[in-house]
Design a protein around this ligand. Structure first.
Ligand SMILES: [Zn+2]
Length: 416
């Protein structure tokens, strides 16, 4: 079998060159001094290693001409030909694939509905990935690694028998099958971890303190990073947020219990609230309660985006719904802030698009529900959520993981 690109780099480069290459990739356009401090060497050793990497065509140096006064230092980045990574999100109703180079420039995005037959969804995903790569003319030999995001799901079939999401077990199976079939390493993680890598790549590498990231979409998730690494807990799955029992819900969750946080704050939860409230408002009733379940239930994401737009425009129905949502999210996230005492909390959701109507109640509820000591220095950041964010984060995750693997590779000591 042909050696993978990563395996090739591992065996061809000395360990000092591998560390230097790693720093050029994961520090994202560093200058020489940043590289030297990351690897812990003097300037002259760093310079000669950088020169060697340039001469072998693996990195390029350039000057940032917009850096302002004086002569800006050279910045270093991997060459475009060094390789690509693929980020995949196995979503609830749509799968997304993003191909990027090692500078994180997006080369290709593909989305497809995952209403596939249940016969062999794993084989189908594998084939899709292969086709996605080969269609635009990339070669499998160019791929450094693949990042795969999948949410855990308790019952992976809905009433009509089709797969609605994937279990972690499914994700791991897909991961090992892809690894075997393509001879490329696949790094599997959960969406709440991937979304953090999409936005906070640099912070996660450099920051030594505690950091919490939460997202609200079809799924609801939270991840806790300690010293730049996602904390996995006893099983590696990390923390859970969606199935936390909360006082303001008595709805039944797909996990079989009732009162789970996700029954209120996921897209489906919001769509249900919308559908229930719309029954009380004649103008909305005609729109959202046509079918027995309400059309909001059939297409939760578009219903949610519509209500976010209403709130943004100051419509009182939308404002009220989104503000209540913000309050519920803020008061529930206060538990995470009190338990983990992070230095920063980031919240990713399309609800953020509503603006202060959403973000103010979140912040107020958080500060009200925690000891002041825990929120006085807390940085709270809000980010919108586009469909490709998690897949792009998976690509970032694959870049960082493959570079870690590149560095940790042990050369053959020939002692045998
Ligand atoms: Zn549940």
């Amino acid at each position: 079998m042909q050696k993978s690109l990563l395996a090739n780099l591992q065996s061809v480069l000395s360990s000092d060159l591998r560390s230097t290459l790693q720093s050029c990739v994961i520090l994202r356009r560093p200058d020489r001094d940043q590289i030297a401090s990351f690897v812990g060497w003097g300037r002259s050793k760093t310079d000669s290693l950088l020169l060697e990497l340039q001469n072998s065509g693996l990195i390029q140096r350039y000057r940032d001409n917009e850096a302002g006064q004086g002569r800006p230092p050279y910045l270093y980045a991997p060459t475009k030909s060094l390789g690509i990574v693929v980020g995949i999100e196995l979503g609830v109703d749509t799968d997304h694939i993003v191909v990027t180079d090692l500078r994180q420039n997006i080369l290709e995005t593909v989305s497809f509905s995952n209403e596939r037959p249940t016969a062999d969804p794993i084989a189908e995903i594998v084939q899709r990935v292969v086709r996605t790569i080969e269609t635009p003319g990339y070669s499998l030999k160019e791929i450094i690694g693949i990042g795969l995001s999948a949410a855990i799901q308790f019952n992976s079939h809905n009433a009509s028998g089709r797969i609605v999401s994937f279990t972690n077990e499914c994700a791991n199976l897909i991961g090992s099958q892809l690894t075997k079939e393509l001879n490329i390493h696949v790094y599997v993680g959960r969406p709440q971890v991937m979304i953090a890598y999409d936005t906070h790549w640099r912070t996660l590498i450099a920051d030594k303190t505690s950091f919490v990231s939460a997202f609200f979409a079809h799924n609801v998730g939270i991840s806790h990073f300690v010293e730049g690494k996602p904390y996995g807990g006893s099983s590696g799955l990390g923390a859970d947020l969606g199935h936390l029992k909360i006082p303001f819900s008595n709805r039944t969750c797909y996990c079989g219990r009732s009162g789970c946080f996700r029954t209120i704050v996921s897209y489906e939860g919001v769509a249900q609230t919308l559908s229930e409230r719309a029954k009380l408002i004649p103008q909305l009733a005609s729109r959202y309660t046509r079918s027995p379940l309400g059309s909001a239930i059939d297409s939760p994401e578009s219903a949610v985006r519509e209500v976010v737009q209403l709130a943004r425009n100051g419509n009182s129905f939308g404002v009220d719904l989104v503000a209540t949502l913000g309050e519920q999210i803020g008061s529930t996230l206060s538990s995470a802030v009190s338990l983990f005492h992070p230095s920063a909390l980031s919240i990713h959701s399309c609800y953020v698009d509503a603006g202060p109507v959403f973000t103010d109640p979140v912040t107020i509820a958080l500060r009200r529900s925690c000891l002041e000591l825990y929120t006085e220095n807390l940085e709270i950041d809000f980010y919108g959520l586009s469909p490709q964010n998690i897949a792009r984060g998976s690509a970032s995750f694959a870049i960082i993981r493959s570079m870690e693997e590149l560095v940790s590779y042990q050369e053959d000591t020939r002692k045998r």
